[in-house]
Design a protein around this ligand. Sequence first.
Ligand SMILES: CC(=O)N[C@H]1[C@@H](OP(=O)(O)OP(=O)(O)OC[C@H]2O[C@@H](n3ccc(=O)[nH]c3=O)[C@H](O)[C@@H]2O)O[C@H](CO)[C@@H](O)[C@@H]1O[C@H](C)C(=O)N[C@@H](C)C(=O)N[C@H](CCC(=O)O)C(=O)O
Ligand SMILES: Nc1ncnc2c1ncn2[C@@H]1O[C@H](COP(=O)(O)OP(=O)(O)OP(=O)(O)O)[C@@H](O)[C@H]1O
Length: 533
Amino acid sequence: MTSPFDRIRPAATTARQVSDLAVAFGLTIAPGHPADAAVTCVASDNRVARPGDLFVAVPGARAHGAQFAADAVARGATAVLTDARGAELIAADTTVPVLVADEDPRAILGQVAAWVLGNPAEELMTFGVTGTNGKTTTTYQLDHLLRALGWKGGLIGTVETRSGDRVIPSVLTTPEAADLQALLAAMREDHVRTLAMEVSSHALAQHRVDGVVFGVAGFTNLTQDHLDFHGDFESYFATKADLFTPARARRGVITLDDTWGERMAEVAQVPVATLTTLPGKDADWTVTDVAPSGTGSAFTLTHRDGRTLRTSTSLPGGYNVANAALAVTMVLEGGSDIRDVTDALAAGHGLSATVPGRMEVLATAPRVVVDFAHNTEALELSLAALRPTTTGRLAVVFGATGDRDPGKRPFMGAAAVRGADVVYVTDDDPHDEDPAKVRAEVLAGTGPNGTPERIVDAADGGGSRTVEVREVAPRADAIRAAILAAGPDDTVLVAGRGHETVQEIAGVDHPLDDRVEARAALAARTGQPQQNV
Ligand SMILES: CC(=O)N[C@H]1[C@@H](OP(=O)(O)OP(=O)(O)OC[C@H]2O[C@@H](n3ccc(=O)[nH]c3=O)[C@H](O)[C@@H]2O)O[C@H](CO)[C@@H](O)[C@@H]1O[C@H](C)C(=O)N[C@@H](C)C(=O)N[C@H](CCC(=O)O)C(=O)O
Ligand SMILES: Nc1ncnc2c1ncn2[C@@H]1O[C@H](COP(=O)(O)OP(=O)(O)OP(=O)(O)O)[C@@H](O)[C@H]1O
């Protein structure tokens, strides 16, 4: 059983003196505490602090880390780094050195942790992926290809964190800077050579990847999400653009399939190669000849200099071609020879990594697919990806998250009606909001009256379709209702939560795994337990 406070950390590191750290970063050593100590690693949360750690106490929205300094020291931390406010909060009789920064310590945390741990990122080939959608999927495909090329790979992202054979579930998409640097040091110890990593916009805004200059940074796309955190689209864009600056990456690959990609390529301050899957669009790398192949698609990737390869992805949908092409292009732009990449792809059956909760197919008649689409664009695209191979009706089960980005709720409702034949509006993570109110806001986007159950006519290529909209909660009941009602030729898309295993309602985590609920409903149809297809 893992806990949210499990971390992958190095077993052995070289000790550094905090007096040297103070000189290197212009820190004051607070009087009244010891003046020097050795540190071997860094933590910014007392619950993960270990003997020999430098505990970095940062101010946050909910607490000041300095409130937990005494506990970190009790767990063995040998020094504390904080700001002036934090220093005031730390007890006068604290028996370890207290270093004080004259700025928010979060702004130097990554660099400090990299200094303590000997810049572990510099010993890895690092690939960082950003964008609203596709980070997890692209990262898994990158990892798959790098392994196929013979490298021992590390992976960091929303679902899990891997260093060689050490694997733990992730808490954040991109870890806090101290945890990240410790993880990179563990990778160095595990003789990991490559890193495929998701870089969230929160991470860029909060300095979590400071201390890493990615060998290649990749951009997928940008759509409405996280505006509650970033305020507006321009700030969201600017935060993502920060990845394509010399402080964060040596070079980049930018997907031009949306207009934000074009702007990203314009503002990038590092050399970038551009990529498109759109016919007729100009880019350095272009994807052509997309054709169905197994459960996904085959495609050709060609550089304007003539280099070309043909490969495939096992994941359905045009956007998974874009994700796969981005992964391949990032590896090629990282310096791999196209012949080696072609051979590795042939040996690895193309980009065939299964991504937990991303277009994960649980059954085929009816087809039941669990996907993480949790914003308007992703929902639209997931439905569009499944439509061509659905001979019966396409049903979708989804909800919107409480307390987050309420503006997207009616748009998600509208996207569901445009893409599906049967729409089950249910709950996602309500957090502290009334779930019925969140559902009502989603339903408001599904048609004129926002009534829970009715028929809606939606224009579809000039014709009209009948779309059934139902409100069913709780979520497990909605999944069950959709799967029991489906015919053998139907597809049921359970969208929004992917690999997640708990649902947060009013501060309490309740076990809920869409895949478990879907399998139970499938078993209820047949009386037989279901196997993964
Ligand atoms: C907005 C945001 O990202 N906030 C993160 C931030 O919170 P914060 O600055 O307010 O910190 P705080 O909770 O007040 O705590 C202050 C300090 O005290 C420490 N502390 C706190 C409590 C305690 O008992 N002991 C302790 O040491 C904390 O570790 C922190 O260093 O630092 C905290 C400590 O690491 C994170 O838990 C928290 O993530 C919140 C919970 C979160 O949900 N973040 C999400 C939105 C996020 O980052 N998501 C992106 C992906 C988005 C996407 O693309 O989908 C991600 O990269 O995961
Ligand atoms: N390139 C893409 N363009 C648009 N939608 C995509 C793309 N790739 C995946 N999606 C959709 O977005 C969902 C999330 O995919 P994925 O987990 O790979 O993205 P992500 O960027 O890691 O998301 P998050 O940061 O929210 O975890 C998928 O389940 C799919 O519905």
